[in-house]
Design a protein around this ligand. Structure first.
Ligand SMILES: Cc1cc2nc3c(=O)[nH]c(=O)nc-3n(C[C@H](O)[C@H](O)[C@H](O)COP(=O)(O)OP(=O)(O)OC[C@H]3O[C@@H](n4cnc5c(N)ncnc54)[C@H](O)[C@@H]3O)c2cc1C
Length: 333
């Protein structure tokens, strides 16, 4: 079986998601080749030269220096054709998630997205992915060839090994007309971006931060200050309960830096940070289900009988989150 690992560079090097996908391919125990597109592709191939690939091919022309559907699709198609691949594994990055389904459709390739594992047994390749909002884990295979699998980031360990000389071959691409010019990237300032998938800690703020406190008053400004100070000091990712983000759409005063994008749970996201700290959040099942991939869970709640205390957290601190987090912030300096 011809296995082909399709990767792209980011700022001149392979991103973590690419190295994770490479590790998946190494774990199959089958011969594989590697194709890399993007700026610095040849140097990126050298960086993974010892991965065991039988061949490295690259596209590193000005057209693929920036992500763009038309040029990325043309480059990916050229690399796939050159490799003559039967099974293609690629990272599910935003760059590839935009162009590879289109490539698959044009080239008649069967494609599956969000694979969390790819394995091989007796020469047969199997994949796993979650369905129904991460409640059902399915193992499946396909007879169709070529078969492309986009591998979710953050699940596998990234490939590690020595750099070397990959002797990567450049593949020629007929790019055709470029109708879209990439003029730059407009991104939020690092501090304004509260969702940080790479952070070591998920900090969840619940609706309790916006409720009347023991003095009978709201302390939303103070709550916002505490949370933002903690996020800046701990470089944590910010999650929220549904009740808190819903307050905004209902026109109530709330934390201005929160949006539905932060919501964790059944109808929100399912982040994968190694640790999580829940504050002023009850830990009801539709919320806690979003914590299924958080390895170590702690919660701060006034209520010793909150949902977290019903076996959903490893540690529950029964106390006032305002006081505790102010103390934590002081300790963090
Ligand atoms: C179909 C469906 C889908 C849903 N999907 C989601 C989802 O994806 N995500 C989600 O989050 N919810 C979801 N929900 C809603 C969920 O059931 C809960 O209503 C919600 O999670 C409650 O949010 P909360 O814990 O922040 O608020 P509350 O239930 O109001 O809890 C506030 C908590 O703060 C504590 N508290 C208050 N002041 C302090 C203080 N000073 N210090 C410490 N603790 C304090 C209180 O003791 C309380 O436990 C869904 C519900 C349904 C029906």
């Amino acid at each position: 079986m011809k296995v082909f690992v399709l990767l792209h560079t980011e700022q001149g090097a392979l991103p973590k998601a690419a190295l994770e996908t490479l590790n998946v391919a190494c774990g199959l125990g089958m011969p594989f080749s590697v194709g890399i597109l993007g700026q610095g592709a040849a140097a990126a191939a050298d960086a993974v030269a010892s991965c065991g690939a039988v061949k490295f091919e690259t596209v590193d022309t000005p057209e693929v220096a920036q992500p763009r559907y038309a040029s990325d699709a043309a480059a990916a198609a050229a690399l796939i054709t050159s490799a003559g691949a039967e099974v293609i594994v690629a990272p599910q990055t935003s760059r590839f998630a935009r162009c590879l389904p289109g490539v698959a459709s044009r080239m008649g390739i069967a494609v599956d997205t969000h694979a969390v594992s790819v394995s091989a047994q007796d020469g047969a390749v199997k994949a796993q992915r979650w369905f129904y909002r991460q409640r059902i884990l399915s193992s499946f295979s396909r007879a169709a060839r070529p078969w492309m699998l986009l591998v979710d980031g953050g699940v596998q360990a990234p490939w590690q090994g020595a750099a070397g000389t990959a002797n990567a071959q450049a593949v020629a691409v007929a790019f055709g007309e470029q109708r879209t010019a990439v003029t730059g990237i407009r991104a939020l300032a690092a501090d304004a971006q509260t969702i940080r998938p790479e952070a070591a800690l998920l900090f969840v703020a619940g609706a309790g931060w916006t409720k009347k406190q023991k003095d009978g008053q709201l302390h939303i400004g103070r709550a916002g200050g505490i949370i933002q100070k903690f996020l800046a000091a701990a470089k944590a990712s910010l999650g929220s309960s549904k009740s808190l983000v819903d307050l905004q759409s209902e026109g109530h005063e709330t934390l201005s830096f929160m949006s539905h994008m932060n919501q964790v749970g059944q109808t929100g996201s399912t982040p994968r940070h190694p640790k999580g700290l829940s504050t002023c959040c009850h830990g009801e099942e539709p919320h806690a289900v979003g914590w299924r991939f958080i390895t170590e869970r702690r919660a701060i709640n006034l209520d010793a009988n909150c949902g977290w205390a019903q076996g959903k957290a490893d540690v529950v601190y029964v106390g006032d989150a305002f006081e505790i987090m102010e103390k934590v912030n002081a300790l963090l300096g």
